[in-house]
Structures are given as structure tokens and as C-alpha cells.
Design a protein around this ligand. Structure first.
Ligand SMILES: NC(=O)c1ccc[n+]([C@@H]2O[C@H](COP(=O)([O-])OP(=O)(O)OC[C@H]3O[C@@H](n4cnc5c(N)ncnc54)[C@H](OP(=O)(O)O)[C@@H]3O)[C@@H](O)[C@H]2O)c1
Length: 276
């Protein structure tokens, strides 16, 4: 079976570089979809309270028979659960839905700056980590200013920041800040939600390597040292997205994809202005 490379985190733990995202997988389908991902070889699953499928993910984990220490399970604190006490309660509820006694990674889903609670929430995650109930803690959709604030207030460095990142939105500035602070970058919507797979430059590179556009884009994430979590509910694509460890992009391919970066290429919300 293919071995997925592990990325060392700043707290001594390690995360598989390729994982499996489950946003928009309905709870009733989650057990079967995650079981298929496990069958193919994924061991890292990215869920969240707001995805409303932690129960289905937990059922797949329980049914899999895979030893717990071979899995890497991530879930996230939703925005309206922010604040110290609320975050502790929300974490307990997520663990219960997952049927686990610890998660590998717990993330603050969005900074949600209009609430003014992300620094308090981060202190709750530090507590949860000290209790051993989350092995690692991190954030998602944090800007450099949000990151700087939690560093200043707690000194606790998130292991990673999970952000929108794909060839059309490469986040070079934020990645440089991460590198400076030993924070890993995890790409969400790595395939641009499927929208960038018909890009002519990607299609050319795919033809050259005898690969699919999705495989080229995922290889681009891996070749850039990013952690990534593509989602698919389609068995053939779940497999296709995992078959990316037997080729590499060359310098010319990487330079071509670098030109696709676009400051207006964001698909999801801007964390600074999102009102949820
Ligand atoms: N932290 C955050 O705020 C945040 C936000 C968004 C996402 N995420 C995480 O990131 C994960 C991935 O992002 P995403 O789900 O937004 O988008 P994505 O992984 O970039 O793309 C998923 C879409 O692409 C399609 N697809 C997948 N593989 C394909 C292939 N080989 N060929 C053609 N189409 C393919 C899927 O269709 P089918 O499913 O129909 O096959 C689905 O419509 C999420 O599931 C979630 O875990 C986090």
C-alpha cells in the first residue's frame, strides 16, 4: 500500500501530507465515503462541527478496525461556539459525536473577527491540548494579524493554519509568515472546488505526464510542501486523488503554474470581512 509522506509539526507530532476532506458530505453518506477513503489508503480525515457529519465519520472510524494510532482525525470549532467556556463545551460535543477520546488536531474554523473572541477561544484550545484531548491544535482562515495576536497573547504557536489555497490563489505572503514562525500550511479547496481543473495550462501539464488535471494540481500542493485535503464523494476520484506519489512536476511545470496566481482568485470568503 502507498505510504503517504508525513509532515513534522512544531509540537513533535506529524500529519499525513495528503488527507481527505468531508465538507458537503451528508452525515448519512459519510460512513460509506470515509470507508472508501480508508480502503484506498487515506488515514487523515478533515471534518468540522459545521459539516454536520462528525457522527458519520466516527461510525466509519469505529467500523474500520484501523488502529487509532494509525489515523489522524481533525475537527473544528464553529464560530458561534467561540469563547473560552463555549469552546470547551463544543469540543466535548465534537468528541462525543466522533466517538473518540482524543482528536489528532483541533482547529478554530474562522477567526470571525467581528465576534472578538478568537484569542479567548485559542486559550481554550491550549487547555484542551494540555489535557491531552487534542494532540495538536491549530487554526484555519487566520490572517497574519490574527496569528500575530494569538502568538503575542499566549506564546502558543499553532501547528498549522488551514487556508484556501490552490493555483489560482497561492497565498504567498501568508505562507512566508507561516515559514518564519514554523507553522505548516494546509490547503483547503485544493482543487479550487473542481473549478480549475479545465484550466488550459493545467490540462497541458496533465497531458505531458499522462495524468489527470486533479493529479497535477494535488502534485503541485505536495511539491510545494503543503498539506492538503481534497474532497470527493466519487469512488473513482477518491482513488485518482490518492495516486499522486509516483510522479513529480518539473521546474517548467512549477513555473507555469506559478503564473496562474491571481489576487482575485479566492473562491471562499475573505476572513477579514466574513460576517458569519
Ligand atoms: N477550513 C475551511 O474553512 C474550509 C473551507 C472549505 C473546505 N475545507 C476543507 O477542505 C476540503 C476540500 O475542499 P473542498 O471540498 O471545498 O474542495 P476541493 O477538494 O478543492 O474540490 C472538491 C470538488 O471537486 C470535485 N472533485 C474531487 N476530485 C476530483 C477529480 N479527481 N476530478 C474532478 N473533480 C473532482 C468534487 O466532486 P465529487 O465529490 O462530486 O467527486 C467536489 O465537487 C473540504 O472537504 C474541507 O474538509 C475547509
Amino acid at each position: 500500500m502507498t505510504t503517504v509522506p508525513m509532515v513534522d509539526l512544531n509540537d513533535g507530532h506529524a500529519i499525513p501530507q495528503l488527507g481527505f476532506g468531508v465538507w458537503q458530505v451528508p452525515n448519512e453518506d459519510a460512513q460509506a465515503v470515509v470507508a472508501e477513503a480508508f480502503r484506498v489508503g487515506y488515514r487523515s480525515i478533515d471534518s468540522a462541527k459545521i459539516y454536520e457529519n462528525e457522527k458519520g465519520v466516527g461510525d466509519a472510524i469505529a467500523a474500520s478496525g484501523i488502529p487509532r494510532d494509525e489515523l489522524f482525525i481533525t475537527t473544528k470549532l464553529w464560530n458561534d461556539d467561540q469563547g473560552f467556556d463555549n469552546a470547551l463545551r463544543a469540543f466535548d460535543a465534537s468528541l462525543e459525536r466522533l466517538g473518540l477520546d482524543y482528536v489528532d488536531l483541533y482547529l478554530i474554523h474562522w477567526p470571525s473577527p467581528h465576534r472578538g473572541l478568537y484569542a479567548e477561544s485559542w486559550k481554550a484550545l491550549v487547555r484542551i491540548k494540555q489535557e491531552g484531548r487534542a494532540r495538536s491544535i491549530g487554526v484555519s482562515n487566520f490572517t497574519t494579524a490574527n496569528l500575530q495576536r494569538i502568538l503575542d497573547e499566549t506564546g502558543e504557536v499553532p501547528v498549522l493554519n488551514q487556508i484556501e489555497l490552490h493555483p489560482r490563489f497561492q497565498q504567498k505572503g501568508l505562507r512566508a509568515f507561516h515559514a518564519e514562525h514554523n507553522i505548516e500550511t494546509e490547503s483547503w479547496s485544493p482543487l479550487g472546488q473542481g473549478k480549475l481543473l479545465d484550466d488550459p495550462a493545467i490540462a497541458d501539464i496533465a497531458r505531458k505526464h499522462g495524468r489527470t488535471p486533479a493529479q497535477v494540481v494535488l502534485r503541485w500542493h505536495l511539491d510545494n510542501g503543503l498539506i492538503t485535503i481534497p474532497k470527493s464523494a466519487t469512488p473513482s476520484r477518491i482513488q485518482e486523488n490518492f495516486q499522486v506519489f509516483d510522479f513529480k512536476l518539473d521546474q517548467h511545470d512549477l513555473e507555469k503554474i506559478a503564473t496562474l496566481d491571481d489576487p482575485a482568485g479566492r473562491i471562499g470568503s475573505d476572513p477579514d470581512t466574513a460576517t458569519f
